[in-house]
Design a protein around this ligand. Structure first.
Ligand code: TMP
Length: 227
């Protein structure tokens, strides 16, 4: 059986991760692929503790929080992501280890956080939605009444810069990370996202994928994840 793909969306709070990943999932669905979308922190037991800490109902130090994110991730990988990928499913995750690097390095040494996550599977593709902090903050104010731990504008701008610099570093190390300008109408962003995904699928499926003008139709036939 052909291995599925692991696609990750990253970005600061309010950058449109949930919207863009669900639009992509719907597209895969419409193309007839087996697709599963998920997120971090998860709904599992460790994710529950993390959510309490993020909403300041539980007091957790930065080190314990970084360890919890890594533990939640390993559990997520072993119980859901890897089995699904091995069954030919395309897995799309809102957030993964890039979030740990960009957020936890506000308080901790980046190299330690990287070490904590060193056993994690590398995504086939990471899409970083880049949005200025002020824009993301305005979006959140329209949608939500409460502010979580990392959601102040100054912090968010630092996290945004962390994302960009870490993406550059990981790309140099061979990871497939694409930066998309998320400060545009959502359909435009999604158009770019799909093009990037198609390009990545082409690259990884090699000869079995024929580039065609009406690409989206052909992909269904040529990239058969379940055979
Ligand atoms: P969410 O709002 O996308 O559900 O994410 C929850 C918050 O947790 C968000 O502010 C980003 C933060 N976060 C980290 O600090 N480290 C991580 O490893 C992950 C996955 C999220």
């Amino acid at each position: 059986m052909r291995r599925g793909k692991f696609i990750v969306f990253e970005g600061i709070d309010g950058s449109g991760l949930t919207t863009q990943s669900s639009l992509l999932k719907n597209w895969f669905d419409g193309q007839g692929f087996a697709v599963f979308s998920t997120k971090e922190p998860t709904d599992g037991p460790i994710g529950g503790q993390i959510r309490l800490a993020l909403s300041k109902r539980l007091n957790m130090r930065s080190t314990a929080l970084a360890l919890s994110f890594a533990a939640d991730r390993m559990d997520h990988l072993e119980t859901e992501i890897i089995p699904k990928i091995n069954n030919g499913v395309v897995v799309i995750s809102d957030r993964y280890y890039l979030s740990s690097y960009a957020y936890q390095m506000l308080d901790l040494e980046l190299e330690w956080v990287i070490q904590l996550n060193s056993k994690c599977l590398k995504p086939d593709l990471t899409i970083l939605l880049d949005v200025p902090a002020l824009i993301s903050k305005r979006r959140m104010e329209r949608m939500r009444w409460h502010v979580e731990l990392f959601e102040e504008t100054v912090k968010l701008e630092r996290v945004r810069n962390n994302f960009l610099s870490i993406a550059e570093r990981l790309t140099k190390n061979g990871e497939n990370i694409e930066i998309v300008d998320g400060n545009r109408p959502l359909n435009e962003v999604q158009k770019d996202v799909r093009q990037i995904v198609l390009k990545a699928l082409r690259k990884t499926t090699g000869e079995q994928f024929l580039v065609s003008k009406n690409g989206e139709k052909k992909i269904k036939k040529l990239v058969d994840f379940s055979s």
